[in-house]
Each structure stands twice: as C-alpha cells, then as structure tokens.
Design a protein around this ligand. Structure first.
Ligand SMILES: Nc1ncnc2c1ncn2[C@@H]1O[C@H](COP(=O)(O)OP(=O)(O)OP(=O)(O)O)[C@@H](O)[C@H]1O
Ligand SMILES: [Mg+2]
Length: 192
C-alpha cells in the first residue's frame, strides 16, 4: 500500500518504506495528482488507465515516449506511477515547440472532420495517418505517437487523442515528451 503522510510537503511511502521525503505537489489534472521530489515524480491516478497502458507497452527506447513505471496501489482506489521530472514546454524549446505546433495543426484537422460516430478509435487512427504523412515530424516522433495510441487502444475504442500544452513536456535534453495525450471519452460525461 502506498500512502502519503503529510499534505503540503508530502512523504510517500511504499509498503511502509520511504520513497520520497518532502515532495511537493506540482500538478493536478482530471485524473492525476502529481508530486515531485526534484529527482523524480509520483502520480496518483484515479480511474484513467492511460499511464498504466504506457507503463506496460510504451517503447522505453523511444525518446518521446514518457518513462512511466507502475509502483502499486495508493489509497482511495488510486494507482501510483513513477516518472522522471519533465519540464514545461515553451517556445524557447525551438524543435519541440515546432513539433507541438504541427501536432496541434493535425489535431484541429481531425477535430474539424470528427463526428460523434468517429470519435475514439477512428479519429485516433486518422490522427496517426496524418502524423505519418507529416513533413515536419521526425520518424522517432511518428513512431512514438503510434506506439502511444496503440497502448491506449488496448483499453477500448473510446480512446481519444488530445493535444494541449499542459500535456506535452520536454525532457532534460529538450526532447518533446508525449506525456498525457490520450483520454478515454467514456470517462468524460459530456462526451458520452
Ligand atoms: N513527469 C512529470 N514531470 C513534471 N510535471 C508533471 C509530470 N507528470 C505530470 N506533471 C504535471 O502534472 C499535471 C497533471 O498530470 P497529468 O497530465 O498526468 O494528469 P491528468 O489528470 O491525466 O491530466 P488531464 O487533466 O490532462 O487529463 C500535468 O499537466 C503536468 O503539469
Ligand atoms: Mg494531463
């Protein structure tokens, strides 16, 4: 059992042994609450299985696939994952920024053609095809994108892609990291 013993500056323990001391909360999304020790990150995730998918099938050799390791169960039906500390994507990361802009262009094309019927697997596959055709994106990034979509689709055909700056980061080398580009539309009431 993974527990948190303090709220603002937290200690994270795995089966009673200390994993992180004095970690700080650095993020909160729809499904994850994220803590960092400065050396690595722990995400406590409820309901969403996309981090699990990448921890199981993500291509660990690909520089754009986030390195996610499942640690175990936390309290209140959460699952806990460990990751490297990634950094906010900004325009100063020139290559990563231009790759993000290209992904955003492709996303708006997919959204324009999307209907309720195509949402999920069909849109995700269409997205992968447009990514493959891109003249801007590198082969590594194309492979990372398809690998992540394939990871997600193992959990069903309601998996969608979302390109948003909060979900794309850069690593210490400035590589674009496709951190959290998938969501399951069946978990979002307004998309049902
Ligand atoms: N490895 C990491 N390094 C640095 N910051 C991170 C890391 N993982 C997550 N974060 C921060 O925590 C936030 C929430 O994490 P994440 O996107 O995984 O949660 P989520 O609930 O799945 O998000 P969403 O609301 O987009 O569905 C991110 O937007 C980011 O700011
Ligand atoms: Mg997110």
């Amino acid at each position: 059992m993974i527990t948190i013993t303090k709220e603002t500056s937290v200690n994270i323990n795995v089966d009673g042994c200390s994993l992180i001391r004095n970690a700080k909360k650095i993020g909160k999304g729809r499904f994850a609450t994220v803590y960092s020790s400065g050396l690595f990150v722990c995400a406590f995730v409820k309901d969403c299985q996309m981090k699990e998918a990448i921890s199981l099938w993500g291509d660990q050799e690909n520089p754009h696939v986030p390195k996610i390791k499942k640690l175990g169960e936390g309290k209140n039906d959460t699952m806990v994952y460990q990751m490297p500390v990634y950094h906010k994507l900004t325009a100063s990361n020139k290559t990563a920024w231009s790759q993000y802009k290209e992904l955003q262009n492709i996303w708006s094309q997919v959204c324009q053609q999307s209907t309720r019927r195509t949402q999920g697997m069909i849109d995700s596959q269409h997205f992968c095809d447009l990514v493959d055709d891109s003249k801007v994106l590198t082969d590594d990034l194309k492979e990372a994108f398809r690998n992540i979509v394939d990871c997600g689709l193992n959990y069903g055909d309601t998996i969608c892609v979302e390109i948003a700056p909060r979900n794309l980061m850069v690593d210490d080398k400035g590589n674009l990291i496709l951190l959290d580009i998938l969501f399951d539309s069946k978990l979002l009431p307004w998309m049902k």
